[in-house]
Design a protein around this ligand. Structure first.
Ligand SMILES: [Zn+2]
Length: 508
C-alpha cells in the first residue's frame, strides 16, 4: 500500500455524534483511504503516528470567523491551527473583505471573490477558508456608509454583486444589522438581497439587529428574511447581551423552535465566553449609534461634552469593560485593563476615558455581558455549533491584541460542554459535522473513507484553553497534531512548525 501517513490506535470521534471507537486511519494524498480496527493492516513502509492514549476527530470547523484579511496577511494562522481549526467560515456579521477591491501595502490586490481566492491560494495558508458575502460591505460598495434607505436601483446593484460572488463559490450571505451601515437597512432590503439565495442550499447568517430587549423581534425579522431566501438561517453568536435580558432566553428558544417546526432550517453558533468583543463605540446609545464617523464627531468639544453626559446617564459597568487594544503603541500599558482602572490611571472619569479611547486608532473592547447558565443552555441545543467570532492572529502578538476566543474557542467549547454534562461525541459533532452540514462543506467534518483528511489528534483530558485577557496569544492545551488535507500542519512539540496545505474552498 502506498500511503503517506497512518495514525494508529487512537480513539476515533468520527464527527457524527456516534460512540467513539478505536482504530487505525490511513491517509493517502489528501484523503482518508482506510479505517480499520487497530493492528490489522500491513503498514510496512508507511509513516506511522502513534495515536495511543489520544483521540482523533475531524478538523474543527469554525462557523463564525473574520479572517478575510488576516489570513492573507498571516497565512500561518497561529490562532486557528493551534486550537485544531482546519477550516474557517469568514465574512460574518455583514463584513466581507473578500468581495471588494482591495490593495495591500505589499502591492497584492484583488477585485472580487475569484481573484481573492487566487491571492489566498498563492499564500499557501495553513487552514482552509470559506467565505460569506456581507451585506454591510455590499451597502458600502453601492451606497456608502450614510444613513439612507436603499433605492430600487441600489438593491439591484447589490443583488448583482451578491449573485456573482455566490457563483464564484461564496457559501452564503451574512448581515450585521447592529452595525453601521447594516443597521440603516430595513427588513425589506435585506430580504430582497437574501432572495438571491432562493433555490440554493446556502444559509443566511446574521448578527441580529438586537441582542437585548428587542432580541425576540430581531429573531422574527431574521426568520422573515430567511423565508425570502433559501429558508436556511444561521444565527450568529446567539446570546442575551446584558443582565436585564438574560431571562429572555426562554422566549428566544421558543421563537427558534417555532421556526424549525414551520420548516425553516435554523441553526446558530456560539463562543464559550461571557465577554463579547467589539468596537468600543458600540457602548453608544441612539441616536449616537448611527453616526458613521464617530471620531470626527467627538473632536467637536460640544459633542464630546454631550456624549460624556449621555454615558454618565447610562451608568455603565465600567469595571466590566476591558480594553483589549487601541491600535496604538503608546497604549501598551492599558491593554487588558478595565476602563474603570484606566480612568483611575489617567485621573479621569470612566466616561471621559471612554471618549478618549474612542478617539484612538481602533479601540477593541471586551464587555462582561453574559452568564454561564445561558451559555451552557445555548451550547447544549442540538442545533448550536461552535463559532469563535475570532480571527487569524499570531503567537507573538504583533498587530492588534485579540479576545481570547481567537485562540481558545474550540478547546474551551469542548470543556464547557463536558462540564455541563454533554457527551464528548456530541461536543465534537458541534465542532465538525454540524458546521460542515450548515455550510455545505462536502467530504469534511466526518472521519470516513474517501473524506478529505483534515484531522485533529488531541488529549481529551487536557483539552482546554486557559489564556486570559492579558496574554491571549497562546496555544490552547491538549492539541497534539493537526492535519490539513493529509499533511501535518501543527505539532504541539514544535509549535513553530507549520503546514501550508490549506486553500480557499469554493461552495457551489
Ligand atoms: Zn457579530
Amino acid at each position: 500500500m502506498s500511503a503517506s501517513i497512518a495514525i494508529c490506535g487512537s480513539r476515533i470521534y468520527d464527527g457524527s455524534g456516534s460512540q467513539p471507537y478505536f482504530g487505525d486511519v490511513v491517509l493517502e494524498d489528501n484523503l482518508i483511504r482506510k479505517i480499520s480496527p487497530p493492528g490489522q493492516l500491513n503498514l510496512t513502509g508507511v509513516e506511522k503516528i502513534d495515536g495511543r492514549g489520544l483521540c482523533l476527530a475531524p478538523g474543527f470547523i469554525d462557523a463564525h470567523g473574520h479572517s478575510d484579511l488576516p489570513l492573507v496577511q498571516y497565512p500561518r494562522a497561529d490562532s486557528r491551527i493551534s486550537q485544531g481549526v482546519t477550516t474557517e467560515v469568514c465574512g460574518n456579521c455583514g463584513f466581507s473583505k473578500t468581495i471588494a477591491s482591495t490593495k495591500l501595502e505589499d502591492g497584492c490586490q484583488w477585485t472580487d471573490l475569484a481573484s481573492y481566492a487566487e491571492v489566498l491560494n498563492r499564500r499557501q495558508p495553513a487552514i482552509n477558508l470559506v467565505a460569506l458575502v456581507g451585506h454591510s460591505t455590499l451597502r458600502t460598495m453601492v451606497i456608502g456608509d450614510q444613513d439612507v434607505p436603499a433605492k430600487p436601483a441600489d438593491i439591484e446593484a447589490m443583488q448583482k454583486i451578491l449573485a456573482r460572488a455566490l457563483q464564484q463559490g461564496a457559501a452564503g450571505f451574512s448581515s450585521g444589522l447592529w452595525y453601521i451601515p447594516g443597521k440603516f437597512a430595513d427588513t425589506a432590503e435585506v430580504a430582497a438581497l437574501n432572495s438571491v439565495l432562493k433555490g440554493t442550499r446556502k444559509p443566511y447568517a446574521t448578527h441580529l439587529r438586537d441582542e437585548q430587549g428587542e432580541v425576540v423581534a430581531a429573531i422574527e425579522e431574521a426568520k422573515t428574511i430567511a423565508r425570502a431566501g433559501s429558508g436556511i438561517l444561521q444565527i450568529s453568536h446567539l446570546k442575551t447581551l446584558g443582565q436585564p435580558y438574560w431571562h429572555l432566553l426562554d422566549r428566544i428558544l421558543d421563537s427558534i423552535e417555532a421556526g424549525r417546526r414551520e420548516g425553516l432550517k435554523i441553526t446558530a453558533d456560539r463562543y464559550p465566553y461571557l465577554y463579547n468583543g467589539t468596537s468600543l463605540r458600540m457602548v453608544l446609545p441612539p441616536p449616537l449609534d448611527r453616526i458613521p464617523d464617530i471620531k470626527a464627531f467627538l473632536q467637536n468639544q460640544d459633542n464630546l461634552q454631550e456624549t460624556i453626559a449621555t454615558l454618565q446617564a447610562l451608568q455603565l459597568d465600567w469595571d466590566g469593560i476591558v480594553v483589549a487594544d487601541t491600535g496604538e503603541e503608546r497604549d501598551h500599558d492599558i491593554r487588558g485593563r478595565s476602563i474603570k482602572d484606566i480612568a483611575a490611571l489617567w485621573g479621569q472619569t470612566p466616561e471621559q476615558a471612554c471618549c478618549e479611547l474612542m478617539l484612538r486608532t481602533y479601540t477593541f473592547g471586551l464587555f462582561r455581558t453574559m452568564c454561564q447558565e445561558n451559555l451552557e443552555r445555548i451550547c447544549r441545543q442540538e442545533w448550536v455549533c461552535a463559532g469563535s467570532d475570532g480571527e487569524v492572529a499570531n503567537f507573538n502578538d504583533q498587530g492588534r491584541r485579540r479576545h481570547p476566543r481567537a485562540f481558545g474557542t474550540f478547546p474551551r467549547f469542548f470543556r464547557t460542554l463536558i462540564q455541563a454534562g454533554c457527551q464528548p461525541q456530541e461536543a465534537i459533532r458541534k465542532m465538525t459535522a454540524l458546521p460542515a452540514a450548515v455550510f455545505n462543506l462536502r467530504n469534511r467534518g466526518l472521519i470516513k473513507e474517501k473524506a478529505i483528511a483534515d484531522l485533529v489528534l488531541f488529549n481529551e483530558d487536557k483539552l482546554d484553553a486557559k489564556m486570559d485577557f492579558l496574554n491571549p496569544h497562546q496555544p490552547a492545551q491538549g492539541i497534539e497534531r493537526v492535519i490539513v488535507a493529509g499533511k501535518t500542519a501543527f505539532l504541539a512539540e514544535n509549535p513553530e512548525f507549520r503546514g501550508n496545505n490549506g486553500k480557499f474552498l469554493q461552495v457551489l
